[in-house]
Design a binder for this molecule. Structure first.
Ligand SMILES: Nc1ncnc2c1ncn2[C@@H]1O[C@H](COP(=O)(O)OP(=O)(O)OP(=O)(O)O)[C@@H](O)[C@H]1O
Length: 129
C-alpha cells in the first residue's frame, strides 16, 4: 500500500502541536514525536528546516528508502506530509511573508524505539551475557 498524504493540521493534532511531551528522540534528520489518535500510535519524523534544496534531497532519500523496505520486522512508512505555509514577520520595519515548508514522515510506532536502538539493545544484551 502506498503511503498516505497527510496534512500538517492532522500531524499537529495527533502530536499536540509537536509538543516536547510527545518527543521520542532526535536524529540527524530531525525530531521524532509520538502521535496518537483513536486508531493507535504512530511515530512522526519532522525534518528540521535548514535550506530548501538540502532538505528536499534528504527528505526524498529517506522517503524512498523507507518506501522500499517491506518486511514484517521493519517499521512501515504509513504516510507523509509536505506542506508550505507563509508566516507574517517583520523585516526592516516591513511585513514579509516567510515561507516554511513542513516535511514529515509518519511511521509505524515501535515500542522499543527505532530499529537501530532495538538492534543495539540486543547486541548489548548479547555482550553482557
Ligand atoms: N518508528 C519509531 N517508533 C518509536 N520511536 C522511534 C521511531 N523512529 C525513531 N524513534 C525514536 O526517535 C529517535 C531518533 O530517530 P531517528 O530515526 O531520527 O534517528 P536515529 O535512528 O537515532 O539516527 P540517525 O539520525 O542516524 O538516523 C530514535 O533514537 C528513537 O528513540
Amino acid at each position: 500500500m502506498e503511503p498516505t498524504q497527510l496534512t500538517l493540521h492532522r500531524l499537529q493534532d495527533i502530536t499536540d502541536g509537536f509538543s516536547e511531551g510527545r518527543k521520542l528522540g532526535q536524529g540527524a534528520y530531525g525530531k521524532v514525536y509520538r502521535g496518537e489518535d483513536k486508531n493507535g500510535e504512530v511515530a512522526v519524523k519532522l525534518l528540521h528546516n535548514v535550506g530548501p534544496e538540502l532538505n528536499d534531497e534528504e527528505f526524498k532519500n529517506e522517503f524512498d528508502n523507507l518506501k522500499k523496505l517491506k518486511h514484517p520486522n521493519i517499521m512501515k512508512l504509513i504516510g507523509y506530509c509536505y506542506q508550505t505555509q507563509h508566516k507574517c514577520m517583520e523585516y526592516n520595519g516591513k511585513s514579509i511573508f516567510a515561507e516554511h515548508t513542513y516535511r514529515a514522515l509518519c511511521l509505524e510506532y515501535l515500542h522499543n524505539g527505532s530499529l537501530q536502538n532495538f538492534l543495539s539493545g540486543i547486541l548489548m544484551l548479547h555482550f553482557t551475557l
